[in-house]
Design a protein around this ligand. Structure first.
Ligand code: GRG
Length: 273
């Protein structure tokens, strides 16, 4: 992270504020856990940091008045509340190239790997996945929920980033050329991402603002289409459990040292924020 006093300090302070305020660091931990499946001597940390940069940018922009208009993030004022809207937009903007700089510099001695990682992250963050999912989410607000639209949003806005975390961790490991294992890890990532989103939908209606560190019932208030709105709490819970089980089965199939990843998958289902 650029130092807080680097010119222009307001921008760098806003970036550091949003990153240092915390969060679960789930995506970077998933990178490390997937690397642990088939460990290699390559350091997974630059990739772990890169995906958190994309995540941090997406949260800063998502909280803006033009998007979800949220006051709270990670238990603290959202970036545009702690600073101002223009600074928050620019802080989010700056996190995107930082992610790719981390990859290009972190893996400069392995150019093929660097290119593979950058391609995975660029596609995941682009208009057909993260940004596309966010767009569809915004234009669907207040509309009658339908399953096809909801699946598109969840696959692209949420699950794609979870999948990319596992894909990047796997690509950094010793089995990176095993395309069959890569496909199974990708499948596990998507299932885990769908489970994560179903849990997120449930927490929005079952948890308090204090527990969540962000405004509770915010999705409901915005008229967002969610699994809970579409199917109710019990079916959303069943869905979360079914996707989690799919992810577990895929990770068991892949083999390797999967203990930590399996524990993480269980934690993600049981999480309270
Ligand atoms: C602005 C392009 C753009 C995308 C925004 C991240 C996102 C897309 C929207 C946030 C709203 C939301 C509830 C998304 C689905 C689930 C999700 C990504 C939750 C936040 O991730 P956590 O729980 O957050 O891992 P922490 O704070 O723990 O890092």
């Amino acid at each position: 992270m650029p130092p807080a006093d680097l010119v222009p300090p307001r921008l760098h302070q806003a970036m550091r504020y949003s990153m240092e305020v915390g969060g679960k660091r789930l995506r970077p931990i998933l990178v490390l856990a997937a690397h642990e499946l088939f460990p290699s001597s390559i350091d997974p940390m630059p990739a772990a940091m890169a995906i958190e940069c994309i995540h941090a940018y997406s949260l800063i922009h998502d909280d803006l008045p033009a998007m979800d208009d949220s006051n709270l993030r990670r238990g603290q004022p959202a970036c545009h509340k702690a600073f101002d809207e223009a600074t928050a937009i620019l802080a989010g903007d700056a996190f995107q190239p930082l992610a790719f700089e981390l990859l290009s510099e972190g893996y400069a001695s392995e150019p093929d790997l660097a290119l593979q990682l950058m391609t995975v992250l660029a596609k995941t963050a682009g208009s057909e996945q993260l940004v596309g999912g966010q767009m569809q989410d915004l234009v669907s607000e207040g509309k009658e929920p339908d399953e096809g639209t909801l699946s598109y949003i969840h696959l692209n806005k949420t699950a794609a980033m979870i999948r990319a975390s596992l894909q990047m961790g796997f690509l950094l490991g010793a089995c990176r050329d095993d395309s069959l294992k890569y496909d199974i890890v990708s499948k596990a990532g998507l299932a885990l991402g769908l489970a994560f989103q179903a849990v997120d939908d449930l927490l929005d209606v079952t948890s308090s603002t204090k527990e969540l560190g962000k405004d509770a019932s915010h999705d409901q208030d915005l008229g967002k289409i969610t699994w809970v709105a579409l199917k109710g709490i019990d079916e959303a819970r069943e869905l979360a459990e079914a996707h989690t089980e799919n992810a577990r089965q895929s990770i068991l199939k892949v083999g390797g040292d999967n203990h930590f990843l399996l524990e993480l998958i269980d934690y993600m289902l049981a999480r309270k924020n």
